[in-house]
Write a protein that binds this ligand. Structure first.
Ligand code: ATP
Ligand code: MG
Length: 356
């Protein structure tokens, strides 16, 4: 865009577990690509996460959003630690950033690259779809007072909120994405069992469809969609789903396209009013921390999405091509999740060499 700032200011939230390792590994790759395309990145590290929770009582400071607001984008490694309850991690950092910065699109591509084996051996020709997950409301809403766990420990109430604004904007983004891709959109709901929120969602899909008559719309219940992502993954182009369903579908997407070590993600505010946040789909992976075997490619691909969002499309393209060529090269180093014996650093260095 015209108002872009160069150098770009990027806030780094390396976080917990393998987060710092993959961010450290990806950064020199991003810098090499930026250099080749004539811009620079100015990064600031924020040490928010589980360690801070233990020492200060919160995952991030009270004015955390104010501190991040001026940045062009945010790169997150991962947050979460076995010593901190998952709902604290989610509600103490990830959800406030996603909601506070109106990052209402969670975009998660699932592309099977040449050279990568999918567990679904007979469908490996054309796995290339993207999930648009609603990222600010739905099942992850908190409507003060209504949600509770009964004091007698015999009851808990958890609701979901679907607003017209919130639903329309994610659905419209998904239609736009489908228009730019193969013109096919799959809306995933559970309208048979959830007759209010999900039927409302269906109605809005119908309304927005009128603006995009050329897009073919398919509707699937989430149980059928989960099955079909395994049975016929090549049939999908763009999927749109609520916060919870989108989360589940994107784990399936990650595994059919080569695993957690490869899957990128963007929490995107399409208005650019606030910074967007890019992060690998995977979590902090406590089981492999400190072993130097975390695959940095999910983070590198998240960086390609970050560059695209900043308007640096040719840098993003370079990054995507570098990853694609690296994965297609049988002699290139691979971390153990992809069947190799290479370290995180080996992969980073190989990617850097390809950029030069
Ligand atoms: P979260 O609760 O944060 O989603 P999780 O418990 O679901 O975390 P992940 O961190 O997503 O777990 O990891 C799931 C599995 O995938 C783990 O066994 C982990 O070792 C593996 N894994 C995740 N990320 C990577 C990576 N970058 N490289 C290699 N293996 C990974
Ligand atoms: Mg997980």
């Amino acid at each position: 865009g015209d108002d872009r700032r160069v150098p770009y200011e990027v806030a780094l939230l390396p976080g917990d577990g393998i987060g710092p390792a993959v961010v450290d590994a990806a950064l020199p790759v991003f810098e090499a690509v930026a250099d080749r395309h004539g811009f620079t990145l100015e990064t600031t590290v924020f040490d928010w996460g589980s360690e801070r929770y233990h020492s200060k009582g919160t995952m991030m400071p009270d004015d955390g959003l104010d501190q991040l607001e001026g940045y062009d984008a945010i790169l997150l490694g991962a947050v979460g630690d076995p010593s901190v309850p998952d709902h604290v991690t989610l509600n103490g950092l990830l959800i406030p950033i996603r909601k506070g910065f109106e990052q209402y699109v969670c975009k998660r591509p699932a592309t099977l690259f040449a050279g990568i084996e999918s567990p679904i051996q007979n469908h490996t020709d054309d796995i290339d779809f993207v999930v648009y997950r609603e990222n600010t409301e739905g099942e992850y809403s908190d409507i003060g007072g209504r949600e509770h766990r009964g004091t007698d420990a015999e009851l808990a109430v958890q609701s979901a909120v679907f607003t017209r604004t919130g639903t329309e904007r994610i659905v419209r983004q998904a239609f736009e994405a489908a228009t730019a891709r193969e013109g096919k959109l799959t809306s995933v709901t559970k309208s048979n069992a959830q007759a209010h929120g999900m039927v409302f969602w269906d109605d809005i899909v119908n309304e927005v469809h009128e603006e995009f008559p050329e897009v073919e719309v398919e509707r699937l219940l989430v149980d059928a969609a989960s099955m079909d992502l395994i049975r016929r993954p090549e049939a999908f182009d763009v999927l749109v789903a609520s916060n919870l369903f989108g989360d589940i579908l994107t784990d399936i997407g990650a595994v059919v396209s080569g695993g957690m070590g490869l899957a990128p993600s963007g929490n995107i505010n399409p208005t650019m009013e606030y910074p967007s946040m890019f992060e690998p789909v995977h979590g902090s992976a406590p089981d492999i921390v400190g072993q130097e075997i975390a695959n940095p490619i999910a983070t590198v691909r998240s960086g390609a999405m970050l560059f695209e969002h900043l308007g640096e499309s040719s840098a993003a393209e370079t990054l995507r091509t570098v990853v694609e060529n690296h994965l297609a090269d049988a002699a290139a180093p691979r971390t153990p999740d992809l069947g190799g014996a290479a370290s995180t650093t080996d992969v980073t260095e190989a990617l850097e060499e390809r950029i030069e």
